[in-house]
Design a protein around this ligand. Structure first.
Ligand code: MG
Length: 307
């Protein structure tokens, strides 16, 4: 272990979208914009802003247009602000207001996809293909999300064959990066190793990001394993916001604070300032009126309160 640590790791902050979309309390657009502004001051270079889904489906994302307009007014030019787009309608809206990077999504499980987006894996390909084509034709970067890579709430363990099929598809349509989601947080280091070994046969690892959830307390173990395997891109959510509505007891995305702390302990550079990061988390937690699921965040704040 730890024979091949990278010097630098890129963190993709997904709190404002993946984190907030699973939080019940719907926040004001101003509060979300302020949270994102605080995140832009932390050193994070990729911040997923929102999702152009129907407001009746995910009320928290119902203000995508007005939120993005606000974010655009202060977004530094060196920060990427991808937005999730489920279909051509969402893409057209995103293009109209100047979104420069989008994310498309599918899963390795047919049952999960049917419940989440009412499409099989193959049907999702037909939905995504024209979205990616139009985006790329317009000069927009496309990121791909794959859910249930490590397990599905309905089908149990999912297959590496399906993962390879979905990965090849997202590669073929031009996704610059593919995020491998442990949607319900059931992944383990042996799976990280097995999946990575398969992917490495056909793809460079810098095409992927690991998207871990901490449901079973395994997120950091999985990330450490992924680092040792050569991964250098990690999705995480400040304060560990989020969860999955399809998985009972599933806690949030791995906390950005936990990931940054791990990496800094290992001497790996993230460019992220922990103090500024916790300021952003503290703000959004106060608006959500909830506590963080991150052990590190809670300990850090306790130490700050009682130096
Ligand atoms: Mg997630």
């Amino acid at each position: 272990m730890l024979k091949s640590l990278p010097t630098d790791v890129r963190i993709i902050e997904v709190g404002p979208r993946d984190g907030l979309q699973n939080e019940k309390k719907v926040l004001s657009t101003d509060d979300k914009a302020h949270y994102i502004k605080l995140l832009t001051q932390t050193g994070l270079k990729t911040i997923e802003v929102t999702s152009f889904v129907r407001a009746d489906k995910i009320p928290q994302m119902g203000d995508a247009v007005s939120l993005f307009e606000k974010v655009k007014s202060f977004l530094p030019t060196d920060i990427h602000a991808p937005c999730l787009v489920p279909n051509l309608t969402g893409l057209e809206t995103a293009l109209d207001i100047g979104v420069k990077e989008i994310a498309v999504f599918t899963a390795t499980s047919n049952t999960f996809n049917k419940k989440n987006i009412n499409a099989t894996i193959e049907e999702s390909f037909e939905r995504i293909r024209p979205v990616a084509k139009m985006a790329i034709d317009c000069g927009i970067k496309v990121r791909g999300y794959i859910s249930t890579v490590f397990g599905c709430p309905y089908e149990g363990q999912t297959s590496i064959e399906n993962l390879m099929k979905v990965t090849r598809f997202l590669d073929e349509i031009g996704c610059y990066e593919i995020s491998l989601g442990d949607t319900i947080g059931v992944g383990n280091p042996a799976q990280v190793l097995a999946i990575t070994n398969e992917l490495k046969k056909e793809f460079k690892l810098d095409r992927f990001a690991m998207h871990m959830h901490d449901t079973n307390g395994m997120a950091l173990a999985n990330i450490l394993t992924a680092l040792d395997c050569g991964h250098t891109n990690f999705d995480s959510s400040s304060a560990g916001l989020g969860g999955c509505p399809y998985a009972k007891g599933a806690t949030g995305n791995v906390a950005t604070e936990d990931v940054v702390n791990l990496l800094h302990c290992l001497g790996v550079n993230t460019g992220v300032d922990m103090e500024k990061l916790t300021t952003a988390s503290e703000f959004i937690l106060s608006k959500l009126e909830k506590k963080s699921s991150s052990k590190f965040y809670n300990a850090y704040m306790a130490r700050k309160a009682n130096p």
